[in-house]
Design a protein around this ligand. Structure first.
Ligand SMILES: [Fe+2]
Length: 282
């Protein structure tokens, strides 16, 4: 009996049928791959060392494996398989490696800029709705983005951990509003194993400017997505393949008025992004 057959059969006593399928198919495909490329011992060792180093780079605020999954296109493939059930819902995209849990709960129209100095405000507002167009109240909207230096808090030790992060809750009519500043295009981390891989492949490290959202509401499928800024020069060449046309938004320049002051606390010129997020039922 071949080693491949023996290895596959050795996992057949796993009780959980789905797990049995996952591990069996994984062993089968890995063996096929190794046969196809006729892997040498040196290459095998190099792969082990690469994966070991990738794991060693991971800690609470850095996830090199998610980054690896992203640049291999695996994150977007998993996303495609799991979340594209209806055209009516807001498209999802990669989660990315920079999410941090338990960020501060903020009020309607609060600013997530904790350390931005003087900056031009950005107002992001809209509604959380379901496919039928009904408002979704009490949706938790986690938001995170880079600072002007292209880095996220957690990645950049100079930033307070809650800078440009926060959790908002949609109002009774589904409305949400967040004050922030425009995000910038940035390069994904190049100092780890993923960086070595991209350099070796002569690939770009750039991601187009975007803001991350994770929206969770009772009775609905969680939505993990970004909003990308239109006209960014990296929209066609995202290092992690995450761009979808329906997630590209324009920002318009606005002058403060009585209404912006009263509703959003904006008394100077600002940029505005309006976007409704549509969630799908469970
Ligand atoms: Fe990002």
């Amino acid at each position: 009996m071949s080693v491949t057959t023996q290895a596959i059969q050795s996992f057949q006593r796993i009780d959980n049928a789905r797990h049995r399928t996952l591990i069996g198919a994984l062993v089968k495909k890995l063996h096929e791959y190794i046969n196809e490329v006729q892997l040498t011992e040196a290459e095998w060792l190099q792969a082990i060392q690469f994966l070991t180093k990738t794991g060693q780079l991971c800690h609470e605020q850095r996830q090199e494996y998610i980054l690896l999954s992203d640049v291999l296109g695996i994150s977007m493939l998993v996303d495609e398989i799991n979340h594209q059930k209806s055209e009516a819902q807001t498209p999802s995209t990669v989660f990315g490696p920079f999410f941090i849990e338990n960020m501060p709960l903020r009020q309607f129209a609060d600013s997530i800029v904790v350390e931005g100095g003087q900056h031009r405000p950005l107002l992001i507002k809209g509604n959380i709705r379901n496919i039928q167009g009904e408002a979704i109240a009490n949706a938790y909207i986690d938001i995170w983005q880079t600072a002007n230096n292209g880095m996220y808090s957690g990645q950049d030790t100079e930033q307070q951990i809650d800078n440009l992060r926060g959790v908002f809750v949609s109002q009774d009519d589904g409305a949400y509003a967040v004050k922030s500043m425009l995000p910038v295009s940035y390069q994904i981390p190049s100092d780890g194993t993923v960086g070595q891989l991209l350099n070796y492949a002569k690939r770009s490290f750039w991601r187009p400017a975007h803001i991350h959202f994770k929206i969770v509401a009772e009775g609905y499928q969680p939505l993990v997505t970004h909003l990308f800024l239109e006209n960014d020069k990296y929209l066609q060449n995202d290092a992690v393949f995450g761009v979808k046309d329906r997630l590209i938004v324009s920002h318009v320049s606005k002058q403060a008025d009585v209404q912006s002051q009263a509703l959003y606390g904006l008394d100077c010129d600002y940029d505005l992004i309006e976007y409704d997020f549509i969630l799908s039922g469970v």
